[in-house]
Each structure stands twice: as C-alpha cells, then as structure tokens.
Design a protein around this ligand. Structure first.
Ligand code: EPZ
Length: 435
C-alpha cells in the first residue's frame, strides 16, 4: 500500500486550488438514478469514493461516462434502465455512503436491495433513520442476510421528523420524496451545504423542493424527473485542511475555487486561535506568522464546527500555547489520530469524547498509520511541522477524499512524496479497506 514520505519545516507559499466536494458529488451521482435521462455533473473530484460510486451505478446498469483531459472533472450518468437495483456488500463495505442509493432506487424502481453497512473506524454509524423514514413514506422493509430490501408500488408523501440530524439520511429521504405521491415535510434536517447542493440539482431535474439548507424541507412529489447539468460546490473540508496547512507551516497560502460562506465556523475558530485570514468571494488567504492560542472546540452539525475538521484542528492545537479541549459530539470513536500524534511528540489525553491537548509541543518525525480519511489529513499536517522525515502508511484512506493531495501540497512547497507499493495486491487492499 502506498505511503507518504514527508519532511517537515517548509512553509507553504503560493496558490492551491480546491476540488469539488466529495460529500456533494456522492449524493448528486445517486440522484441520477431517479431519471431515465442523462445527468451531467461538473467539478467532480477525482477521488476513490467517486470511482467506487461509478462502479456501483454501472453494476446496476447505468451508463457512466468519464470526462478526460480538460473534461476530467465531468461525468455523465445515464440510468435509462436499471435491471439490477442492488448495492452489493462488496461495494458497500468499501464505502458506506453507497447506502445513498436506497431511497432513489425504491422511488424509481419500486424496489431496492442494499447491503447494510458494517462497522466503521469512527463509529457504529447505523442507517436506522434512513429505513424509518422510508417506512413512513410507505415502503415495505425487510432486513435479512445483511441486506435491507425496500419495496413500494409508489411512495406516499408524509411528515417525517428525524430523531437525530443526519446528513445522508436527509439526502436519502429527500431524493425518495421527489417521486412520492403528494407532499413530504422533512423536519430536523441536516443543513449542510451539500444537502442544499443536492436539492439544487434535483430542482433542475424538475423536482419541487423548498427549504433545503434549513431544518424544514418541503417536497411536492412529481411523477417523473428529467436530466440536468449541474456544477458541484467546492469542498469546504479540503479548503479547511489547506487553511490549517498554511497556518501550521507559517506559510502564506491563497486557497482558490472555494466558497468562504461555507467556512464561517472554521474561519472564526482559526481567528480565535490567532490565525490571520483574508477572504474574497471565492478564495481565502491564510498567513501563518502569529503564535497560536489554545482554544476549545465542540464539533456540531452545520453551521457549527464540522466533525470532518476536528482531527486537522487538533494538529493545530498541538502547536498552540496553552491547553485546548476538543469535544467530539457527532461520532463516538473519532480520535484514532490521537495516538499517532502522541507518537510524534504531542501531549494529548482522551477521556470518552473529550481530548485535552497541551501545547506547544515540539513534534518529531515518526512512522505513523492512517486509520480514516480525516485522521490521515491531521497526520499529514503534523508531519509538515515535525522535525525530520515522517512515513505515513495506508494513505489510501486519504485518496478516498482528497484529490492528488501530495501534488497540490508539493505545488506550494511541501516536501512530500508518495511511495508506491506496486506489490500490494488488490485482494489484500480490498481486505484492508473493509475497515
Ligand atoms: C456525512 O456522513 C458525511 N459523509 C461524513 O463525512 C460526515 O462526517 C457526517 O455526515 C457528519 O457531518 C457523507 O456525506 C458521504 P450522519 P453521514 O448520518 O451522513 C447517527 C468524511 O470524512 N446516525 O450525519 O453518514 C450517526 O451514527 C465523512 O467525508 C444514526 O444514529 O453522517 C452519527 O452519530 C466521514 N442513525 C450521527 O447520526 C442514522 O440512520 C450523524 O451521522 C444515521 C445517522
């Protein structure tokens, strides 16, 4: 499996461009299942989860066309017919958001068979709220042999109140409701920009959705949806990761093709920590010459501070003067990066969902192990300020959600290279992926 070799100490200088948002592209690709006409998506990030979704859709009978050259960030998905509306365990085990196909398939085809996702490195992550919501829309649900089967002649509009705010749960039921009979009202919805981006695409496909991005979404069901063309929003988590990279390395970095309006919680937390930034409508400049101040953090649903930035912010907290307390409120096991940071010399103690970081620590290089997507990002950040050369193993976790990260970082001065392990065979990789 590939590794990264990173020599610390280089300030990041220059301009880095943000890719499209993985967590908007995935539901938008699933939305193509709702129509028999082509859906064209632009600004699609070239990351492994996108490739997995393409395989998933193709396995159902969809035609999935990749752009290349200048159009490499475009994909055309045409689900003229869907002979096998099923998401197999083989695919779902490598990417749990494959369950996003459940709602669109039962809405379009009247039945769907989707593998239940197993455990995950960051938490149990059940999909009970997706299933409960589909039952409220009149779907008959059977769970057996590790699969959930949903069937309905036609879904019926209903009022659904989520017991807990769930991003893909909101997206799954939003898609299902577009083809349901009558009105659906979704309450206590996720307000993430990725949900609003999906609704934007669905409305272009002829859906009747109001209120996306707020806690209450209203959907007037329609009989049929059409094809559409849509540009995916920029990846706010990738932008946030670069913001911390620029600050931590004492650099001067301009982060372009991003939407600062989606970064409010991250920018205000960085300001609290003493980081200087300057925004324009589609870019943010970060100047990392100030010492950092310790500040506490609670992860929350949007517009609060995103859990997907918690690990990266912890890397920054190791370089801040004083004690920072980070509380992870969304996932029960999202501190896998802590012991690896401690191996690099950080002073961090974990109790339940709270981590106490004492800084400033002098980090030293080490061989460390990536365990999940965002934990990997925090190790890359720490290695860029550590003294010496670090080796990061299992960087395939990072490839799931960051496009050509080592090239982008090297482009602004980081000393990072990928060590390919050509001998790692696919089966071994697939076995390890089922984290
Ligand atoms: C989305 O996951 C993102 N993934 C995650 O990003 C992100 O961390 C998460 O939202 C929170 O912001 C995608 O969009 C593809 P949830 P999702 O349902 O939808 C519980 C990354 O790094 N819950 O909002 O799976 C759940 O266990 C990834 O890019 C239930 O109990 O998260 C969690 O504690 C990681 N039952 C909480 O709700 C359900 O049916 C929020 O999870 C659904 C969720």
């Amino acid at each position: 499996m590939d590794k990264f070799v990173i020599r610390g100490g280089e300030p990041l200088l220059g301009t880095v461009r943000v890719s499209g948002a993985k967590n908007a592209a995935l539901p938008c690709m699933a939305a193509a299942l709702l129509t028999d006409q082509p859906v064209i998506l632009e600004n699609i990030p070239q990351v492994r989860d996108i490739q997995t979704t393409r395989n998933l859709l193709a396995a159902m009978g969809a035609e999935v066309e990749l752009g290349y050259g200048r159009a490499q960030h475009r994909t055309t998905i045409h689900c003229a017919t869907l002979p096998s509306p099923e998401a197999s365990y083989e695919l779902v085990k490598t990417m749990r958001s494959s369950t996003l196909v459940l709602g669109p398939l039962v809405a379009r085809c009247g039945h769907a068979r989707v593998s239940l996702p197993g455990g995950c490195a960051i938490g149990s992550r059940p999909i009970d709220l997706h299933i409960k919501g589909l039952e409220s829309l009149g779907a008959k649900i059977v769970q057996e042999h590790g699969y959930v089967t949903a069937s309905a002649d036609r879904l019926q509009g209903a009022e659904i109140v989520f017991d807990k705010i769930t991003v893909t749960g909101t997206e799954d039921l939003l898609m299902a409701a577009t083809l349901a009979e009558g009105e659906t009202i979704l309450q206590n919805c996720a307000r993430e920009p990725e949900v609003a981006d999906l609704a934007d695409l669905l409305n272009k496909m002829g859906a009747k959705i109001e209120g996306a991005g707020t806690p209450t979404i209203r959907v007037q069901g329609v009989a049929k949806l059409k094809g559409a063309k849509h540009r995916i929003i920029p990846d706010r988590i990738e932008a946030g990761t670069f913001l911390i990279a620029g600050a931590l390395t004492g650099g001067d970095l301009n982060i372009t093709n991003c939407d600062p309006a989606h970064l409010d919680a991250i920018l205000s937390k960085l300001k609290q920590a003493g980081v200087k930034t300057k925004s324009t409508p589609d870019s943010v400049r970060v100047m990392g010459d100030n010492p950092f101040t310790a500040s506490d953090l609670n992860t929350e649903e949007y517009p609060g501070f995103p859990t997907d930035m918690q690990a990266q912010f912890m890397a920054l907290a190791t370089q801040a003067e004083g004690t920072s307390i980070i509380t992870e409120n969304i996932f029960e096991n999202r501190f896998m990066h802590v012991q690896e940071l401690v191996r690099m010399g950080a002073d961090i103690r974990v109790e339940g969902r709270t981590a106490t970081i004492r800084g400033k620590s002098q980090l030293s290089s080490a061989a460390v192990m990536c365990s999940d997507l965002r934990a990997s990002a925090s190790l890359v950040l720490a290695a860029m300020v550590a003294d010496g050369e670090s080796i990061l193993d299992r960087v395939y976790h990072m490839d799931r959600g960051y496009e050509r990260i080592e090239e982008k970082l090297r482009g602004v001065g980081a000393q990072i290279r990928r060590m390919r392990n050509v001998f790692a065979d696919r089966r071994e990789l697939a076995a390890v992926e089922a984290h």
